[in-house]
Design a protein around this ligand. Structure first.
Ligand code: FPP
Length: 240
């Protein structure tokens, strides 16, 4: 239980391939993906992770076949409505990041409701990235910083790394120390580009619907065995 990451971020990939292996359609894979979300949230709570960010839908995912997009939106709304009472009972705080204005109204209402109900909870913070892309987020942050400079509330000389962090959608959370991607793809795919600067990256061939508690624990153990140097030498790390 030592050296646990405070914040784990996950790119949940491979639902489509998993469904294909079962001779089923892609949505079947997404439905099973929700079961993995449940298992991973339970495991994260049990081991004492404070923040868990899940990449559920990217800005680029809007270009998928409309039937799949519609199916995913229905799945998000239904899952959130169904799971909120249990999440609340377990003291979990829900948060959503992304260009949420692009979501159907019904989905926006479900998210706002889930955040409001769980706002005072003090256990795991579960962040769901929906209609999210890191480049979109950086553009928005840049606009917001530029506006502050224009209206005189911020001096250019005072734009620091911290100011950039404060203008990102993740401003309330520490940066993830561990990023997991399933399904054998070794990319970051426009996910938390600024926030993952020093994260340990963990890639596994397991497809998301087959990922469970043991897989999360394995990733955390691997993280614990790595030496994080932040640009320093190994000797500096061990003498400090
Ligand atoms: C990527 O697999 C998965 C997605 C784009 C959707 C992820 C959504 C879920 C797991 C549901 C989560 C629900 C909530 C409420 C958080 P893919 O479709 O790209 O798989 P492939 O690469 O094998 O085609």
């Amino acid at each position: 239980m030592e050296r646990l990451p405070k914040h784990i971020a996950i790119i949940m990939d491979g639902n489509g391939r998993w469904a294909k292996e079962q001779g089923q359609d892609r949505l079947f894979g997404h439905y099973h993906g929700v079961i993995s979300v449940r298992k991973v949230v339970e495991a994260a709570t049990e081991i004492g992770i404070q923040y868990l960010t899940l990449y559920a839908f990217s800005t680029e995912n809007w270009d998928r076949p409309q039937e799949e997009v519609k199916g995913l939106m229905t799945l998000f709304v239904d899952t959130i409505a169904k799971e909120v009472p249990d999440l609340h009972k377990n003291n979990i705080k829900l948060h959503f990041i992304g260009n949420l204005n692009m979501l159907p109204n019904e989905a926006q209402d479900a998210l706002a409701n889930a955040m409001e109900i769980t706002a005072q909870n003090t256990g795991l913070t579960l962040v769901i990235a929906l209609s999210y892309s890191s480049r979109w987020e950086l553009v928005e942050a840049t606009k917001s910083i530029a506006q502050k400079v224009l209206d005189g509330s911020l001096d250019i000389a005072h734009i620091t790394e911290a100011v950039i962090s404060e203008n990102l959608t993740t401003r309330a959370f520490p940066d993830p120390e561990l990023m997991i991607r399933t399904s054998g793809e070794c990319r970051i795919s426009n996910f938390l580009l600024y926030q993952l600067a020093y994260a340990e990256l963990y890639f596994t061939d397991t497809l998301w619907p087959a990922f469970g508690k043991e897989d999360l624990i394995k990733a955390v153990s691997e993280y614990q065995s790595r030496e994080r140097r932040f640009g320093k030498t190994s000797e500096q790390i061990h003498t400090n």
